[in-house]
Design a protein. Structure first.
Ligand SMILES: [Zn+2]
Length: 304
């Protein structure tokens, strides 16, 4: 679920809905720079169904996400967070996002980690901790996000940030581009392990991502496969859940394997939507197209 209305009403004072709510109009914040004078007549039109906006005075135009980035200066991942509305944990009436955050933290405490693991939020000002926190904030992650998922460091795995996953599985992501390999993980089979698998129990709508950082950027209802495809065990866990609707994030180059997942989910009667990234992924500067998954979408992705 994505929606820009909250953001617009929260950020701008004088908002006028037009065309029975298909469009919002605001005083364009870009006119001062682009046209030389302030806009006082709601020239920036934001289309609520097509995810685009346009100013009929200074000619600013862009996507919703571009608008959020241009107005706030936030990174892509944070802007995505502004727009993506994590549905409330609809499986149970009585729980809310605070409860969910606690449940996620509790699940992570069960993960078996390297003996010298230290969570970032409890650690002193060691160089390794400072570098890991700097890495995360450069990628647009907020403290709440890395604290909730219990990210940490361990000297035994080097200059990396550790992402606890499930059971005995974790990943250690290199902080610098020159480090090889990019990920280190314990020498065990992945099996049916998924990052943030608790989302399958809590939500009716779940977003499937490749990497853990993408899932963290999307929100509490996202899981990560920790690879470009789902193995059979992961797949049967996903299809066996009570989740009704899946959003599959498809990064450029992973179309074929993600289409396999979409097909399998469709075959088991789930609703499937795809977010197709032409470049990048949910955790960085990519931009995506959303469409209901059907034969046309599939064909388009395979042909591109
Ligand atoms: Zn303008």
């Amino acid at each position: 679920m994505r929606d820009i209305q909250d953001f617009i009403y929260k950020t701008f004072e004088d908002v006028i809905p037009y065309q029975r709510g298909v469009e919002l109009r605001i005083h364009c914040p870009f006119c001062i720079d682009r046209a030389g004078t302030e806009d006082t007549k709601h020239h920036l039109h934001i289309n609520l169904s097509k995810e685009v906006c346009h100013c009929f005075r200074c000619d600013y135009s862009g996507t919703w996400i571009g608008l959020v980035i241009d107005v706030t200066g936030k990174s892509y991942a944070q802007a995505l967070g502004e727009l993506y509305k994590v549905p409330s944990p609809s499986r149970f009436d009585s729980i809310d996002s605070i409860w969910t955050a606690k449940a996620i933290k509790k699940a992570i405490r069960q993960v078996e980690l390297p003996g010298d693991f230290l969570p970032l939020h409890e650690s002193c000002k060691m160089g390794l901790v400072i570098n890991a926190i700097r890495y995360l904030s450069n990628r647009g992650f907020r403290r709440k996000q890395w604290e909730q998922h219990g990210l940490g460091i361990a000297e035994s795995v080097g200059v990396r940030v550790i992402i606890p996953v499930e059971d005995r599985y974790w990943q250690a992501r290199a902080l610098y581009p020159f480090q090889e390999p990019k990920y280190v993980n314990p020498d065990i089979e992945l099996g049916d392990v998924l990052f943030n698998s608790i989302a399958l129990k809590l939500y009716d709508e779940v977003v499937i991502c490749e990497g853990a950082f993408s899932a963290i950027a999307v929100g509490d209802n996202a899981v990560a496969l920790l690879g470009k495809n789902a193995n059979d065990m992961q797949m049967s866990r996903i299809t066996g859940s009570d989740v009704e609707r899946f959003i599959i994030t498809i990064e450029s180059g992973a179309e074929e394997s993600m289409i396999e997942i979409a097909d399998t989910l469709m075959a088991t009667g789930k609703d499937v939507v795809v977010w197709h990234y032409k470049e990048g992924d949910p955790a960085d500067s990519g931009n995506y197209e959303e469409s209901d998954y059907d034969f046309g979408t599939k064909l388009k992705m395979l042909l591109e």
